[in-house]
Ligand binder design. Structure first.
Ligand code: HEC
Ligand code: HEC
Length: 358
């Protein structure tokens, strides 16, 4: 495998004709990352490419390069895929993200799954982006993520004839600007799908797709535990914002230490104090693959997450009125955890392209 990768890297290095390919040779990076048809949405996924005509095969191919290209970060070490990892449903296995220069952010990278078809258009934990393409500019420029001035991103891409050719193919004219970079990234993100999980097969009528414990967990999820008041629809999220208490720092006993939320959450976007500590409901698809949980990764396991709900969240002045203690036995907690495991499906996995446009 390694030998194969090295072999390809070597072939990618010298003397490949770049833009016009006058000798008819296709550049090796185009061979490595061909234009492919849009994926067929797996069972249960809300993906509907008819509703997103801007997602085209040529843009997806271009976005796949951009998403994995470390040349777009300030020190050349990070790409989008450094924090949004395929193995973790395009989320990550750490509580918060580490950006260029080892700087730690305060939020966890959310998964990117069925991301182009939300119930309400809101991206980031606080919903400050209102389109997927708008969203993509954030991490490029964020000083503790990729730390690249957006003009520099465009300059890096435009300096490479291989990229210019891919942009011209994807957008049918020569204009190359940050909006098109963002649109291509968003097109690739739109193809990271999730579905055909045991829960989807059960919903489609295959009773045996869930174990008896998972079936009891499902009944709790949609019934007495009321999880579907917020985790609803085909992506198990209402795209709304709630304070469940994650991230609350209680006042230190006896000390006049400040209490509050290190991260104001939705309130920073709306300016409404009532939104303090409120974060976007995440999808629960592929949830077992991305512990620890919540916007700050403060809950280590799925069991801890369910126990958090059993307790009614963490008391604080802005706790959602929907967050109330739920009487659940230990066995029922296990059954809910078992059902969450039945939301792991397929349709998102990818690996970085072997070579990139020059
Ligand atoms: C250093 C780690 C890091 C890198 C690099 C990174 N991200 Fe993120 N990403 C995050 C974090 C953390 C969040 C949540 C930030 C927030 O809510 O304020 C996020 C949020 C997102 C979201 C929103 C998901 C949702 O459901 O709301 C998308 C989409 C996304 N990133 C795509 C990208 C793209 C595209 C790139 C590359 C241009 C990228 N990310 C690079 C860490 C990273
Ligand atoms: C009032 C709305 C609401 C209800 C009801 C609700 N959730 Fe959540 N859920 C959220 C929000 C909002 C978050 C993110 C909170 C944060 O990061 O601070 C979340 C996060 C999670 C996470 C972590 C996912 C991740 O990617 O980090 C899990 C697991 C989860 N919920 C499961 C459940 C289960 C199981 C139930 C039922 C017992 C439930 N939720 C009920 C809104 C809700």
């Amino acid at each position: 495998m390694l030998a194969a990768l090295l072999g390809l890297a070597c072939r990618a290095a010298p003397s490949v004709s770049m833009t016009a390919a006058p000798n008819g040779a296709t550049p090796v990076w185009e061979v490595d990352n061909p234009v492919l048809p849009l994926p067929a949405p797996p069972l249960g996924s809300p993906a509907d490419f008819a509703a997103t005509p801007w997602v085209t095969p040529a843009k997806v191919r271009l976005g796949r390069w951009l998403f994995h290209d470390t040349r777009l970060s300030a020190d050349g070490t990070l790409s989008c895929a450094s924090c949004h990892r395929s193995a973790h449903g395009f989320s990550e296995a750490t509580a918060t993200s580490t950006g260029v220069g080892g700087q730690r952010g305060s939020r966890k990278a959310p998964p990117i799954l069925n991301a182009a078809w939300p119930i309400y258009p809101a991206w980031f934990w606080d919903g400050r982006a209102t389109s997927l393409a708008d969203q993509a500019k954030g991490p490029l420029a964020n000083p503790i993520e990729m730390a690249m001035p957006l003009d520099d991103v465009v300059a890096i891409v435009a300096a490479r004839p291989g990229y210019r050719r891919a942009f011209a193919e994807a957008f049918s004219d020569e204009r190359l600007d940050i909006d098109r970079v963002a649109e291509a990234l968003a097109a690739y993100e739109a193809t990271r799908l999730s579905g055909n999980a045991p829960a989807d097969r059960f919903d489609a009528g295959d009773e045996a797709a869930l174990t008896p414990a998972q079936r009891r967990g499902r009944a709790l999820f949609f019934g007495r535990a009321g999880c579907n008041r917020c985790h609803l629809g085909p992506n198990y999220t209402d795209s709304r914002f709630y304070n469940l208490g994650a991230g609350w720092r209680p006042p230190a006993p006896g000390a006049p230490a400040p209490s509050g939320f290190a991260d104001p959450g939705r309130a920073a976007v709306t300016g409404d104090a009532r939104d303090t500590g409120a974060f976007k409901t995440p999808t629960l698809r592929e949830v077992s693959r991305r512990a620890p949980y919540m916007h700050d990764g403060s809950l280590a396991t799925l069991r801890d997450a369910v126990a958090h709900y059993r307790a009614g969240g963490i008391p604080n002045p802005w706790l959602s009125e929907l967050s109330r203690p739920i009487p659940l036995s230990d066995t029922e907690v296990d059954e809910l955890v078992a059902f969450l495991g039945a939301l792991d499906g397929e349709g998102f996995a990818d690996r970085p392209p072997r070579s990139f446009p020059r």
